[in-house]
Design a protein around this ligand. Structure first.
Ligand code: TYD
Length: 137
């Protein structure tokens, strides 16, 4: 499936914690146009239930644990974001849900496009139509 798990740069300073960073044009293949984050989500809540026509994203969880379920229309896989230095790159055409496993978990996303509602595919039927055309019926 078209996703990648990446190690986000991490600097450890003895006794002073960790620092992670993501640099545009170096750590992600796409141009970064937007950063957003999702927080104060009740434990166990599931968000997402959509795909994108063009948008590429790098997801990471700087605090807590979030399970990302990704579906390309043929296969479904899960990636647990349970470490602030673990990133998940998802390209276009992937149906996703994000399950907030721990209370207070934060999902950060760097994205290749500005927010554009017309880029969303918000129903599963439309998603299958988008990735498989008329052939699946
Ligand atoms: P949405 O992407 O549907 O969130 P989730 O998949 O986590 O449930 O976005 C929720 C709402 O926020 C929706 O009305 C669109 C709006 N929104 C913006 O205005 N700008 C943004 O950058 C994003 C990501 C969402």
């Amino acid at each position: 499936m078209d996703y990648q798990i990446v190690n986000i740069n991490k600097i450890e300073q003895q006794g002073k914690g960790l620092l992670s960073f993501i640099e545009a044009n170096r750590d992600v293949e796409f141009e970064i146009k937007r950063l957003y984050y999702i927080y104060e989500v009740p434990q166990g809540e599931i968000r997402g239930y959509h795909a994108h026509k063009r948008l590429k994203q790098l997801l990471f969880c700087p605090h807590g644990e979030i399970n990302i379920n990704i579906d390309n229309g043929w296969e479904i896989e899960s990636v647990l974001l349970d470490d602030p230095s673990k990133g998940l790159i998802i390209k276009e055409g992937i149906w996703r849900t994000m399950e907030f496993i721990t209370e207070g978990a934060v999902l950060c996303v760097v994205a290749s496009e500005y927010y554009d509602e017309s880029d969303y595919i918000r129903t599963y039927d439309e998603f299958i139509e988008h990735v498989k055309g008329g052939y699946w019926k």
